[in-house]
Write a protein that binds this ligand. Structure first.
Ligand SMILES: [Zn+2]
Length: 113
């Protein structure tokens, strides 16, 4: 009679290998996701700054005037971006947009961007 299926030792070895692989892969994947979110946030901030400056040039607004989201969207920026669901606050044309969640890795000055 031949035995069917796997022995307990074989199953435990397979589970150990899966655990070791996930131990290596999961931190790398989460780091990649965090880096991608930070890059997207910084690019959103740059796009909003560009839209504000374009708005100021087009309307002749003063450098301290703060545009509303409705003034910028969809004329100067197609869709108002968010960082993890939180919308950005439009800055005055002479200042910079910041991350609405205030994550330090989304700070352009900290990352040199
Ligand atoms: Zn952000």
């Amino acid at each position: 009679m031949t035995a069917k299926g796997f022995t307990l030792i074989e199953i435990m070895i397979a589970l150990t290998i899966i655990a070791l692989v996930s131990l290596i892969a999961v931190p790398n994947i989460t780091h990649g996701i965090r880096t991608a979110k930070a890059t997207a946030c910084i690019k959103n901030q740059e796009n909003i700054d560009a839209a504000c400056q374009l708005w100021a040039l087009t309307t002749g607004a003063d450098s301290s005037d703060v545009p509303s989201i409705n003034a910028l969207c969809p004329m100067y920026i197609r869709k108002w971006p968010t960082c993890e669901g939180k919308p950005y606050v439009p800055p005055a044309p002479d200042s910079r947009t910041v991350c609405p969640n205030e994550y330090p890795e989304h700070n352009r000055d900290a990352t040199g961007g």
